[in-house]
Design a binder for this molecule. Structure first.
Ligand code: NDP
Length: 337
């Protein structure tokens, strides 16, 4: 069983030396246990948080422990009455080839799911995050302007497309011309602005002539600085993620902008709310599964994956994800199914 463990905690951006590849024998199965063979491993921005021991909503990965992560696996052997060999399950085996489970926390995907890896993306945690954050907190209304960054990632792409289904004018923000083209031509956003452009803030203002009613916050940093003056009275800001700052160990230098933020919230009666998807919305998963399953089947929601072959490539892929090198949802193909 090859597995990636956390070798050391990163200072700033993670580097290859923060991870260590180990090989361990698979332990024999006890009664009531199943052996899972990882086929797909999801890489997600939250993993950077788990590598750090700063206080957060979930405990950190211990040094020497297997890196955490959502997985789609097949049951290789079963000593459990509810599971049989060959079945597909969604679980949380982390960055390793095999895992022994007693079944807790597993979700069955059947014997022959059409696109098993999608359970880690549009039909799973990131899709659920987009759906709940936008609809429950963002409350988009027809004709309103919705802005979302990381626009071609699994969360942002889904947010923008749901926004279109709800009749919003959708402006995406993404890194580079190719991602922006994808957002408008494939995902159907009205406009998409490249945040690397020198005049990014001006371009965003021009794209949002009627101001911003819903800003779905994925990135923070200079994108938020450009958004803040454009927010309309009564705007809603679901705070989903702040990926531009995940590699920072300290607050940035510069003037204290808290009075500007608080003054804007007050004068414009803006509602800003953070959420952690499974902790806040776990009880609404079925509603999401039904509606998103229907939208995906009807071709109303498009989904792009970036498939990386081989568990060996997981560390570099996570490092790249935090720098915007991915284009679509990053999944590692750990084994052929
Ligand atoms: P993505 O696949 O979209 O990957 C992250 C993207 O962020 C990069 O591809 C890059 O896109 C963008 N990015 C990185 N650095 C910067 C920067 N400095 N400035 C602007 N953009 C940057 O990730 P996900 O769709 O999986 O996640 C999106 C957000 O949702 C993250 O913040 C994540 O932490 C959060 N999240 C929150 C959850 C919750 O429960 N609250 C659950 C799941 C996700 P580009 O090149 O286009 O800029």
């Amino acid at each position: 069983n090859r597995r990636w463990v956390l070798a050391s905690r990163p200072k700033g951006a993670p580097v290859a030396d923060n991870f260590r590849l180990e090989e361990r024998a698979v332990p024999p199965l006890a009664e009531g246990q199943i052996l899972l063979r990882t086929v797909w491993l999801s890489l997600d921005p939250y993993m950077r948080g788990r590598m750090s021991d700063a206080p957060s909503y979930s405990p950190p990965v211990e040094i020497g422990a297997v890196m955490v992560g959502g997985t789609v696996s097949r049951v290789e052997q079963s000593n459990h009455p509810d599971y049989k060999a060959g079945e597909w399950v969604l679980g949380y085996s982390g960055w390793q080839e095999y895992d022994v489970s007693d079944g807790s926390g597993l979700v069955k995907l059947g014997d022959n799911p059409e696109r098993p890896s999608w359970a880690l993306g549009v039909l799973g945690m990131p899709g659920f995050t987009a759906y709940m954050g936008l609809l429950d907190i963002g409350q988009p209304k027809e004709g309103e302007t919705l802005v979302v960054a990381a626009a071609t990632g699994p969360v942002g792409a889904t947010v923008g497309q749901i926004g279109k289904l709800k009749g919003c004018r959708v402006v995406g923000i993404a890194g580079g011309a190719e991602k922006c083209r994808h957002a408008t031509e494939v995902l159907g956003f009205d406009q998409c602005i490249d945040h690397h452009a020198a005049d990014f803030a001006d371009q965003l203002a021009k794209a949002c002539q009627a101001g911003i009613d819903v800003y779905y916050e994925n990135v923070g940093g200079k994108v938020f600085d450009a958004v803040l003056p454009l927010l309309n009275t009564g705007a809603r800001v679901p705070v989903c993620g702040l990926v531009s700052g995940y590699n920072n160990d300290a607050l940035p230098d510069g003037p204290d902008r808290l009075p500007l933020l608080m003054g804007t919230l007050l004068k414009k009666r803006i509602r800003m709310q953070g959420f952690i998807i499974n902790q806040d919305y776990g009880h609404r998963i079925e509603e999401f599964q039904q509606e998103m399953g229907r939208w995906v089947n009807e071709g109303k929601i498009h989904y792009r994956e970036q498939v990386v072959d081989g568990l060996d490539n997981a560390p570099q892929s996570l490092i790249g994800l935090l720098e915007g090198k991915n284009f679509g949802k990053v999944v590692i193909r750990v084994a052929k199914d």
